[in-house]
Design a binder for this molecule. Structure first.
Ligand SMILES: [Zn+2]
Ligand SMILES: [Zn+2]
Length: 350
């Protein structure tokens, strides 16, 4: 641990401030490219579907109206969820978890790992944490100089610790974490249905195109509009396959109350590693992300329980059969209320 507890203050590299600023802006612009690609594909799909299919190809007005209304509902929900995932405010770790200067000096001057460990343990004794490192000490980030709250991890791309970090997603140019996990799930779900809807409604025209090709009627098949519809079908199919598998995997994670990181490495508790350490029953796990109100489950507004810092864990003495999961929620009390509903930020409470 001695090597891991080192001062994060690094000396400035040997190039000028101007170059560093330029590099930083180039890197920031570069990180938006995947988002730009997704937005371009959505914009093109709008043209292919609305203009080429609904307006130029479909002749029945009733069919046009039904397709356009359903398409726009899906598009709005999809774009809204995507927007909220990208621009969710990732709140910093509360100040109480940061090591004060005096403690940091003590930590850096400690000579043995045991001494460092006891300094961290002593500082963390009043913090609401239950997870530990593999060696049993409190989890510490030497780059952010803080005790990591349960389920928080350091993101090397965001260059900071993030609460209930799932993974850093380049397609949303943001960390998927406590603050936007519900939005991310809805984004995957709506994007999947958007693709399935396009595939289902383009299918008859897709079949018609290939029939014309096989009949050798290339003239009728080769209009630009038909190419857009056929291409829209292929692109929707490709995205539906990848989104379907990703959405299915994240549904599994939600039901089991695991993050992607925890699925790869089980969280470590005082009693050892436990991949189900945060699981409080499938439906409660779902509610922890989507909230209590069924009316808002499918709406991209923040309804997740808690504050991202403290999570209910199954009580070891009272095994799952003897205590209903719903009762656990009640025991969790104040922290079970959604973040937005609290009168004051829980960051101030700690
Ligand atoms: Zn960190
Ligand atoms: Zn990140």
């Amino acid at each position: 641990m001695a090597s891991s507890v080192q001062n994060n203050r690094v000396s400035s590299p040997g190039y000028c401030v101007c170059c560093r600023t330029c590099n930083m802006w180039c890197w920031r612009a570069f990180k938006w490219l995947p988002v730009l690609l997704i937005v371009s594909i959505i914009t093109w799909s709008y043209y292919a579907y609305v203009i080429q299919l609904c307006i130029f190809t479909i002749e029945s007005t009733v069919q046009q109206c039904i397709y356009l209304v359903l398409y726009h509902i899906l598009l709005i929900m999809f774009a809204w969820s995507y927007w909220r995932t990208i621009f969710a405010e990732i709140k910093p770790i509360p100040e109480t978890f940061k090591l004060p200067e005096a403690e940091l000096e003590k930590l850096l001057s400690a000579e043995t790992e045991d001494a460092q460990r006891s300094i961290l343990d002593n500082y963390a004794k009043d913090l609401p944490i239950v997870t530990r490192t593999m060696s049993g000490s409190v989890r510490y980030c030497n780059r952010c100089v803080l005790i990591k709250p349960d389920r928080a991890h350091h993101c090397s791309i965001c260059a900071r610790c993030v609460l209930k970090m799932d993974h850093h997603c380049p397609w949303v140019n943001n960390c998927v974490c406590f603050f936007n996990y519900k939005f991310f799930m809805l984004f995957l779900g709506y994007a999947l249905f958007y693709c399935i809807f396009i595939m289902a409604t383009c299918l008859p025209y897709f079949i018609k195109f290939w029939k014309l090709v096989f009949q050798g009627d290339f003239g009728a098949a080769a209009s630009a509009g038909r190419y857009h519809i056929v291409f829209a079908f292929f692109v929707a199919l490709m995205f539906a396959i990848s989104l379907g598998s990703l959405f299915g995997y994240h549904c599994y994670l939600v039901i089991n109350n695991r993050t992607t990181l925890e699925a790869f490495r089980a969280p470590m508790f005082r009693g050892g590693a436990d991949k189900n350490g945060f699981s409080i029953g499938a439906f409660n796990n779902f509610k922890e992300v989507f909230g209590n109100s069924p009316n808002l489950w499918l709406v991209p507004v923040f309804t997740s329980f808690g504050d991202g810092i403290v999570y209910p864990v199954p009580n070891e003495e009272e095994e799952s059969e003897s205590l209903l999961s719903s009762e656990r929620w009640e025991r969790w009390g104040e922290r079970a209320r959604p973040f937005d509903e609290r009168e004051s930020s829980s960051f101030d409470e700690l």
